[in-house]
Write a protein that binds this ligand. Structure first.
Ligand code: ADP
Length: 495
């Protein structure tokens, strides 16, 4: 029966392929890591050929390692690392340079220049984004200005730009489809999230010819068809969405006011704001969640740079424990944080502080401080940062966020989730399925091919455990006040 979905999940460090059955059980998966390229301090690149090769290899392996046949696949869904920028030659399909990854900071000086020219409010009003090197626009600008012959070729209409979804689809369709979905388009800093079109004034500002850009399509529906040479038969592509938006959809946060937090290397919070663009006054990003049919769903987003990574650092660099999960046992043994506050600004601070020159610090150390206290403080620091983003979001929303759905590797830690519930005064809902990124696009692809609709998906999210807040206002204040103070003391350290 043709009722299974092949989800392609192209992430920052690995490519994964997963087959979901009609009930969204994972029945097979395969993963390949690929090389990170660091040409200079602050620069991060990927080889686009490797992105495609590892993705395609995992898609083949997933069939080789299971008894599912390609004929059982109803359609494909694609979710991807966002903002990462690739430009290629339309005729040869060859990239003109490596992909410039979202983490790459090479265009920060250009952003500074734009900021001092007073362009930020203009950019923000159209895109919902803060002016930052993170997004694709300045990366495309860099490629056109720094790669030999690129500008001339771009002006002659010979080049194509794409984020990773677009690049994979170009390869899956042998160059027949040059498309991206609205969620990915909304991260380029070239897309007007209100009028839903590439913005001519922004293209002008960044000096990017329109001919470079893909067509923008819905996140769900009949979006493209793979070339028959790829899998032996043509398969429809019926879901495309950026990874964080996919996790929001995978958590079935489909109604306005519903929020999720992904606790991975960093922490990624997203709040569904329905058909309204909420412009943040608290340094959150407004972005497109997804578009299905004629309906656009918007979201507010805030990202914490160092989340689970602080536990990884204690494990690998400090050698405090062998497994990340041991952090829970140690923290439990500590009983409380012993007055320790750990600000993990290891790479500066992201939302809501946006302080690139902050650096990590541990406050309150005494003769009585133990490894267990430091570990507990590290876990608490993840929650304090998420709490600060939640507070900003609820100020923008003008109402409290009373429920938070969680996922990602560190969401396996119950102590962390209980602490989150306590200090944020919100119910924390942990689903049975913590890997929601691939699930989200599988949902969208199954809607797109007509196997499911929003109603039939409702039962597909199941709760494993609820964490209910159980600290008094006074107790919360006693915990969060020193944190606010600690944050202030780390700001500007690198200056
Ligand atoms: P990513 O997708 O960003 O690679 P994952 O969702 O796989 O991240 O989560 C891995 C991160 O979660 C690591 O940084 C790890 O230190 C952290 N982590 C994993 N398990 C736990 C745990 N039980 N408690 C705290 N942190 C954990």
């Amino acid at each position: 029966m043709k009722n299974k979905i092949l989800a392609l999940d192209q992430g920052t460090t690995s490519s994964r392929s997963i087959i979901f059955d009609n009930e969204f059980e994972q029945i097979a998966s395969s993963k390949k890591e690929f090389k990170q390229i660091y040409p200079q301090d602050g620069w991060v690149e990927h080889d686009p050929k490797l992105l495609w090769d590892t993705q395609f290899e995992t898609a083949k392996l997933v069939f080789e390692n299971s008894d599912v046949s390609i004929n059982e696949i109803a359609s494909i869904g694609i979710t991807n690392q966002r903002e990462t920028t690739i430009v290629w030659d339309r005729t040869t399909g060859k990239p003109i340079h490596n992909a410039i990854v979202w983490q790459d900071r090479r265009t920060a000086p250009f952003c500074e220049q734009l900021r001092s020219n007073g362009e930020e409010p203009f950019i923000n009003s159209k895109t919902g984004l803060v002016l930052d090197a993170y997004f694709s626009a300045t990366k495309i600008h860099w490629l056109l200005n720094n790669i030999d012959g690129a500008r001339e070729k771009a002006n002659a209409g010979m080049l194509a730009f794409g984020t990773v979804d677009t690049w994979l689809i170009w390869n899956l369709t042998k160059g027949k489809s040059h498309i991206t979905d609205v969620s990915n388009a909304s991260r380029t800093m070239l897309y007007n999230i209100d009028s839903l079109e590439w913005d001519v004034e922004l293209l002008d500002l960044f000096d990017i010819p329109k001919s470079l850009l893909p067509e923008v399509v819905n996140s769900s529906g009949h979006l493209a068809m793979t070339d028959s040479s790829i899998f032996g038969i043509e398969i429809p592509i019926t879901g495309i969405i950026g990874d964080q938006q996919s996790a929001l959809f995978g958590q079935l946060c489909s109604q306005s006011g519903m929020a999720k937090s992904t606790y991975g290397t960093g922490c990624f919070l997203m709040l569904n704001t329905g058909n309204k663009i909420i412009k943040s006054s608290h340094k959150m990003l407004s972005t497109i969640g997804w578009k299905i049919g004629d309906e656009v769903t918007y979201a507010l987003e805030g990202s914490v740079f160092v989340g689970g990574a602080v536990i990884q650092w204690l494990r690998d660099e400090m050698e405090f424990f062998v497994e990340a999960a041991d952090s829970e046992i140690l923290a439990e043994a500590a009983g409380d944080n012993g007055g320790i506050y750990f600000v993990p600004a290891l790479t500066g601070l992201g939302a809501p502080y946006w302080e690139p020159n902050a650096r990590g610090a541990i406050f309150g150390i005494t003769r009585g401080t133990t490894k267990a206290h430091l570990t507990r403080a590290a876990l608490e620091s993840i929650c304090f940062q998420v709490n600060d983003v939640l507070k900003s979001m609820s100020k923008d929303l003008k109402s409290p966020i009373t429920e938070l759905r969680v996922d990602g590797g560190a969401a396996a830690n119950d102590l962390l989730l209980q602490f989150q519930a306590d200090i944020s005064k919100t119910k924390v809902l942990k689903p049975t399925q913590l890997e929601t990124t691939a699930l989200g696009v599988a949902f969208l692809a199954s809607i797109g091919i007509g196997l499911h609709n929003m109603d039939s998906l409702k039962g597909k999210w199941s709760l494993e455990k609820t964490f209910t807040p159980c600290k008094s206002e006074k107790e919360v204040k006693m915990l969060t006040q020193p944190w606010d103070d600690a944050i202030k003391r780390t700001i500007g350290w690198k200056e």
